[in-house]
Design a protein around this ligand. Structure first.
Ligand SMILES: *Cc1c(COP(=O)(O)O)cnc(C)c1O
Length: 470
């Protein structure tokens, strides 16, 4: 690391430097296979990092989903698992944690986020309904579409510009939202699908002013607002840092205020909540709750476990309380920024401002000579793995999928390769190694060629698609 970076970070935080608010109690060995073996692994994986065996990976930045290190408290909580089919005490711990920190009245546990997305989409969307949202997320939009909904992106224009330094690139554009409501009629809007932070925009936050304004607009038209709360803790950190009036408020208070402007939320506990599996759906409407509580029995499991073991619910309940601690969030986002700042210093194109959970490389900036239908971001992920055994993932045209009406690729403005940082897992030295590998791939950018897709699955194609060099 350079002295310069710790100073920059330290100055932002009003002290000389920062460090993780924990020490390491157990370690897992890493190893790197040879370049020849990596070439072979890449070939076998069809140039798709989702199809690599994790044993072939050195530093795994595929996702922050389910990859967190649990605390000693969470592991102790696992031993308190009450594996009763019905009425497990761990369900009540989880219910209490969600009510305390998110403020919603009624809780339905699910095995992970998409289980909750499935339930809310099926319960609330009527075929032909519109679902405006602040940029899409892959599983969220798919469940909305499977339920017959039509997703409409109403995020602010700045979100589509990787160089815009706007502080809240996750905001909903109120004019765009109102235009959709007027065009389609309030009765045809299933709900507003609000996410904080916005994963596909580069982990960008929504401001408190924006959620308040969305609430006010939706109240005028009698439309509900449901929140994808997957990374709301990280969103709350950005509000504390950037929005007037919130500097002295704890993350926990900011989170709860934000949620209070929404009618319910779905959650992938595998992100913010520091667990390896788990999710939930929570709402304030008792009638909707009754319906969801009935549906969960069909798709996930009884309403007091929703596809989770008792021990998983306990670990998540403890993780919720840990996740909202200010020093935890500060060091988590601080590590992401440390990596991003190194790359910015080397003038490597990334999405700015640096988001909460990941650094997003701008693949169009890396490879201006590779057209988008030759998958520049997929190419970059493959090249990075080849160079160093570091696993990243594509967030560009492959992830965007196809328009269900026309059958054409969606061509998103953002063509990104995501380096996602697991929580409490890697050290600063790992971040240095990652930055150096990216520099090597960047220096070789002009000789790099694109990919063609040779196998395309029907759903969420980016997970299982296969590619070949052109
Ligand atoms: C991961 C994620 C989901 C889906 O959750 P899973 O636990 O992976 O099923 C939904 N929304 C966002 C923003 C996510 O990042």
């Amino acid at each position: 690391m350079t002295h310069h970076h710790s100073q920059t970070m330290g100055q932002q935080l009003g002290r000389r430097s920062w460090a993780e608010p924990w020490k390491i109690k157990m370690v897992e060995p890493l190893h790197m296979i040879s370049r020849k073996e990596r070439e072979q692994a890449l070939l076998e994986a069809g140039y798709n990092t989702f199809l690599l065996r994790s044993e072939a990976v050195y530093i795994d930045l595929l996702t922050d989903s389910g990859t967190s290190a649990m605390s000693d408290r969470q592991w102790a909580g696992m031993m308190l698992g009450d594996e009763a089919y019905a009425g497990s005490r761990n369900y009540y711990s989880l219910e209490e944690a969600v009510q305390t920190y998110y403020g919603y009245s009624y809780l339905v546990p699910t095995h992970q986020g998409r289980g909750a997305e499935h339930l809310i989409s099926q319960a609330v969307i009527k075929p032909g309904n519109y679902v405006p949202g602040n940029m899409y997320f892959t599983t969220t939009r798919l469940h909305q579409e499977i339920a017959g909904g039509i997703f409409v992106d109403v995020i602010t224009d700045e979100a589509h510009d990787p160089t815009s330094l706007h502080a809240f690139k996750g905001n909903i554009d109120l004019d765009k939202l109102e235009a959709v409501i007027k065009r389609e009629g309030a009765d045809n809007i299933a709900y507003v699908s609000l996410a904080g932070t916005v994963n596909m925009a580069g982990g960008q936050p929504v401001s408190m002013a924006n959620v308040k304004a969305v609430r006010a607009l939706c109240d005028r038209y009698n439309i509900r607002v449901y929140l994808d709360a997957t990374r709301m803790v990280e969103n709350a950190f950005f509000i504390q840092e950037r929005e007037e009036g919130y500097t002295d408020k704890p993350i926990a208070a900011i989170l709860k205020e934000f949620c209070s402007y929404t009618d319910g939320a779905w959650m992938s506990g595998k992100k913010d909540h520091l667990v390896n599996i788990g999710g939930w759906l929570a709402v304030n409407d008792p009638e909707l709750f009754e319906e969801l509580r009935n549906m969960v029995v069909v798709y996930e499991g009884l309403h007091t476990y929703g596809g989770l073991a008792g021990r998983d619910m306990e670990a998540m309940a403890i993780g919720i309380a840990e996740s909202v601690q200010d020093d935890h969030v500060r060091s988590r986002i601080g590590q992401v920024r440390y990596l991003g700042d190194l790359l910015i210093d080397w003038e490597i194109p990334i999405v700015q401002p640096i988001g909460g959970h990941a650094v997003f490389l701008d693949a169009k900036g890396f490879y201006p000579h590779i057209p988008q239908n030759q998958f520049p971001a997929q190419t970059l992920a493959a090249e990075l793995y080849r160079d160093s055994g570091i696993r990243s993932m594509e967030r560009g045209v492959a992830s965007a999928g196809r328009d269900p009406k026309t059958g054409d690729h969606y061509y998103p403005a953002l063509e990104l390769t995501r380096l996602t940082i697991p929580r409490r897992v890697y050290t600063q030295a790992h971040m240095d190694v990652v930055a150096e590998a990216i520099k090597t791939v960047y220096d070789a950018r002009e000789e790099t060629q694109g990919l063609k897709m040779v196998y395309e699955p029907k759903y969420l194609r980016f997970f299982q698609a296969r590619f070949e060099p052109i």
